[in-house]
Write a protein that binds this ligand. Structure first.
Ligand code: ADP
Ligand code: ZN
Length: 215
């Protein structure tokens, strides 16, 4: 499957993407994970992205398109891909359309995961992430804590609160979402690719996506 996952920070895009990869081997492509990995190893990309990410601002479109142009042409994308956190602005969506035309790929759909704001806020403040750039497993101190406090179940690295998950950065990320990313819902509606799923459980989102793909 070739899907775009849309939704506010904390809507569950990453969790849904991971579950979908298990269905047919499609790969999850998370621009947030790629950028955090780059910051951690201190690459040129990481140095350019770091200051934007810390405060909850978007990284410039040109940097993101540079990453995605390469990533989408890697061989593992032949099996399908789940775009998680990209596109995030109208210019990125337009550039993606041109890129996919050029490399001859058709999207199946763009899934808008719609979650109430109070649920989002609660999730973001209780979310914890594995600090290992190659793992980045997601936990929640209330609903899904690691077996041993502060230690990743999967790789044993420290589980931390992301730097952009302070109250201030979270509210800035939500504003940025409303202003820059929410307009993509209308964009993909016009492209006749949009489905909206209103659900707070990732299993319910998966079921809705499967049903739609089978139609
Ligand atoms: P979330 O969806 O929880 O906000 P992500 O992991 O997707 O978090 O992204 C974290 C940060 O990485 C964003 O706040 C932004 O600074 C940067 N980022 C990720 N994807 C993009 C993108 N497509 N365009 C611009 N910035 C991005
Ligand atoms: Zn880990």
């Amino acid at each position: 499957m070739k899907l775009i996952l849309l939704g506010a920070p904390g809507a569950g895009k990453g969790t849904v993407a991971k579950l979908l990869t298990e269905i047919d081997g499609s790969v999850q492509i998370s621009t947030g994970d790629i950028l955090r990995g780059a910051v951690q190893v201190g690459s040129e990309l990481g140095k350019q992205a770091d200051a934007f990410m810390k405060v909850g601002d978007l990284v410039p479109d040109e940097l993101i398109m540079g990453i995605m142009e390469t990533r989408l042409q890697e061989p593992d994308c032949d099996k399908g891909f789940l775009l998680d956190g990209f596109p995030r602005t109208i210019p990125q969506a337009e550039a993606l359309k041109v890129l996919l035309d050029k490399i001859g790929i058709d999207l199946d759909m763009a899934v808008n995961i719609d979650v109430p704001r109070d649920v989002i806020l609660d999730r973001l403040t209780t979310r914890r992430t594995c600090s290992n750039g190659d793992c980045q497993a997601i936990y929640n101190v209330k609903s899904n804590p690691p077996r041993q406090e502060g230690v990743c179940d999967k790789c044993g690295s420290p589980v931390i609160q992301r730097e952009d998950e302070t109250a201030e950065a979270i509210s800035h990320r939500l504003e940025t979402y409303n202003e820059k990313t929410a307009p993509l819902i209308g964009f993909y509606e016009k492209e006749a690719l949009l489905i909206t799923v209103t659900a707070t459980s990732s299993d319910a989102v998966i079921t809705a996506i499967k049903e739609k793909l089978e139609q």
